[in-house]
Design a protein around this ligand. Structure first.
Ligand code: HEM
Length: 308
């Protein structure tokens, strides 16, 4: 029996093997995406939470990538397999200081741990059409109620990327100038308000309906979102992205995201772009959520693998 590869490698390999065929040069997940430029203006209250330099008073430039889930670059925006949409972005201050946020449009993740995520991917790979019940996936779902919950969460198609909400899911530890630390979760809320299409109103829409709409909308003027920090209360779990914190936790305004321009050569440029969920700064640290480190290692394998 050959030894199991390390977890990040096993995750990357299992995800790659689950694609219908290889798509060289593309991301193996969130393969369909477009880059935009923008800016971030911090809100006056952000500094009360953290000394992180991008959350003081100086605006940052942003490089953002909107994406659909899955490893198929021409998936339809209305396909159920693409419904977990992504928004990842890099903040860049004038002095070159950078950090990233990687968000999805669902407030929780599908598994409690990276090991469980590998278990789910492997169960998926082992499940073949026509197999008798309970299939490996059905067995996994029965043993993991949090995964079953995620799978059954409604994931409606938004009117627009500009009417979708995004969540960075993991807890981060922020520290202010007085040395007070808190755990927060970042979320991105559209200024246009969240708005979705009825499930029976998506048939027949063009495959790039959301990306085309975003291009048209941004060409007419900036698309804006608010960046918020949901602040944990004592006892809120910091190591489990399947457990949302109660909605009545305080939400602190961190600033305004403005999406101003599509990157003209996005299809080429996106290959040289990668994001990480664990880029710490003074006043901004990772929590004990095991996904943060494991994901960074997976992305460290994935980025070079798509450079040929
Ligand atoms: C162990 C769990 C996970 C694995 C194995 C995984 C794997 C991947 C891989 C391989 C990519 C392509 C990366 C690249 O080529 O640069 C990717 C992209 C992405 N992932 Fe994950 N992921 C995980 C969890 C998450 C979570 C929890 C989130 C949300 C907070 C997330 C959000 C994203 C986003 C937004 C992208 C697209 C980034 C871009 O536009 O470049 N992932 N993921």
């Amino acid at each position: 029996q050959p030894a199991d590869p390390p977890l990040p490698r096993a995750l990357f390999d299992t995800m790659s093997a689950s694609l219908p065929r290889p798509f060289p040069g593309y991301r193996i997940n969130h393969a369909k995406g477009v880059l935009y430029e923008g800016s971030f203006t911090p809100a006056p209250g952000a500094a009360a939470l953290t000394t992180a330099p991008h959350l003081q008073s100086t605006p940052s430039t942003l490089l953002l990538r909107f994406s659909d889930a899955g490893g198929v670059p021409d998936v339809a925006d209305t396909a159920p397999s693409s419904a977990v949409r992504g928004l990842a972005f890099t903040f860049r201050l004038p002095d070159g200081t950078e950090t990233d946020l990687m968000c999805i449009n669902v407030p929780v993740f599908v598994t409690k741990t990276p090991q469980d995520f590998l278990g789910l991917l492997r169960a998926g790979a082992a499940t073949k059409p026509g197999m008798p019940q309970p299939t490996p996936v059905a067995q996994f779902l029965d043993a993991h109620p949090e995964t079953k919950r995620f799978v059954t969460l409604p994931k409606p198609v938004p009117d627009s990327f500009a009417t979708e909400r995004f969540f960075a899911l993991h807890a981060y530890k922020v520290t202010n100038a007085a040395g007070e630390s808190r755990f927060i979760r970042f979320r991105v809320v559209p200024e246009a308000g969240a708005a979705y299409r009825a499930a029976d109103a998506t048939a027949g829409l063009p495959p790039n309906v959301l990306f085309d709409e975003l291009e048209t909308r941004v060409a007419m003027g900036p698309v804006r979102y608010r960046l918020l920090a949901q602040v944990a209360a004592a006892g809120d779990p910091t190591n489990d992205p399947t457990q949302a914190w109660p909605e009545d936790r305080p939400q602190v305004e961190l600033g305004t995201i403005s999406v101003t321009r599509m990157v003209p050569d996005s299809a080429t440029a996106e290959r040289k772009v990668g994001f990480l969920p664990n880029r710490e700064l003074p006043g901004l640290a990772v929590s004990d959520d095991p996904f943060l480190g494991t994901r960074a290692e997976v992305y460290g394998i994935a980025f070079p693998a798509r450079q040929q």
